[in-house]
Design a binder for this molecule. Structure first.
Ligand code: BMX
Length: 300
């Protein structure tokens, strides 16, 4: 990102997969355009073999050739040696110590770029979207989990164990429960789609997932609005915390809930209560749900 000539939007070509906790997207990009896109549900508790096969199947459905560049963005951490591990083991229960880079390279007979999904989304936004031209930025995805990534002075913050940037696993004053990562009272345990759905179900409301809670909120049902409001408050608190630690130019918000109608406005409202110095600028992703597909293809 820092020492090579930045790639232009129209140069992004290849096959890209965005493997999230709830859904997996795959696309063929040609000269910056998505020419074919597929979506399947992610089976969070499937075996690693099944998860890898689902990725390969999607690539085959996109008519992979021997020369296609291939990139995969995944929920979970990726170590410097290319090992994939869920941080929240409730989301991807079987993903532990998976040498994903080696497995995909062997099966596809080429080097495959693999990175965390939130990092991929931020790289996409930094190169072509809402974070273009801002040196110090963070990305927060409010989706199945609370994903995060940070770029400081143009350099992505990464660590050998792949945990750097996993800001959803910091704590929140709004949280009460234990998180699937093992920590108590994380932002993810109160603000994420999983958390919203779990609270609604525990409260006896007839919903299956966070999407249905959000729909109930948009219909004006107070119990649903209360849950979404707590999520937005925890996200705003995370933004203020990041600002106090990192002094950012901008935070980009993405994810199914993050981009849902009115969510960002609620986060901004909660952030506006904080002292001015902590009120970092917030914007929605410009590449929307495709940010990670674009960012995954950027070389690391
Ligand atoms: C979790 C964590 C992150 C991921 C984020 C968003 C796991 C399995 N996931 O915080 O690595 O980036 O969720 O993921 O540990 P999504 O599933 O919501 O797209």
């Amino acid at each position: 990102m820092t020492n090579t000539k930045p790639i232009e939007f129209h140069q992004v070509t290849g096959l890209s997969v965005d493997f999230g906790g709830t859904k997996t997207l795959a696309a063929r990009l040609h000269n910056g355009k998505i020419v074919k896109q597929l979506q399947i549900a992610t089976e969070g508790d499937a075996t690693v073999d099944r998860q890898i096969s689902s990725i390969i199947d999607l690539l085959q459905q996109l008519s992979i050739t021997t020369t296609d560049k291939v990139a995969v963005a995944v929920a979970g951490r990726i170590t410097a040696t290319g090992v994939w591990e869920a941080v929240n083991s409730k989301t991807l229960s079987e993903v532990k110590g998976v040498p994903i880079c080696e497995i995909l390279a062997r099966k596809l007979n080429r080097r495959v770029i693999v990175k965390n999904d939130a990092l991929a989304a931020l790289l996409g936004e930094a190169a072509f979207g809402a974070a273009r031209g801002y040196p110090r930025v963070a990305f927060i995805t409010v989706s199945t989990g609370i994903g995060g990534a940070i770029v400081l002075d143009g350099i992505p913050l990464v660590s050998a164990d792949g945990i750097a940037g996993h800001i959803g696993f910091s704590t929140s004053r709004y949280a009460t429960e234990q998180c699937g990562c093992g920590r108590m009272q994380t932002v993810e345990s109160v603000a994420s789609g999983r958390a919203i759905a779990a609270s609604a179900i525990a409260g006896g409301h007839p919903v299956n997932d966070a999407k249905e809670v959000y729909a109930a909120h948009l219909k004006g049902l107070p119990w649903a609005t209360a849950l979404i409001q707590v999520s937005a408050k925890a996200t705003a608190e995370l933004c203020a915390n990041l600002q106090s630690i990192l002094g950012l130019d901008l935070i980009v918000i993405g994810g199914g809930i993050g981009l849902a109608p009115g969510y960002l406005a609620m986060v901004r409202q909660s952030l506006a209560v904080e002292p001015a110095i902590f009120q970092v600028k917030l914007v929605a992703t410009e590449l929307a749900a495709n940010a990670a597909l674009y960012g995954a293809l950027l070389d690391d």
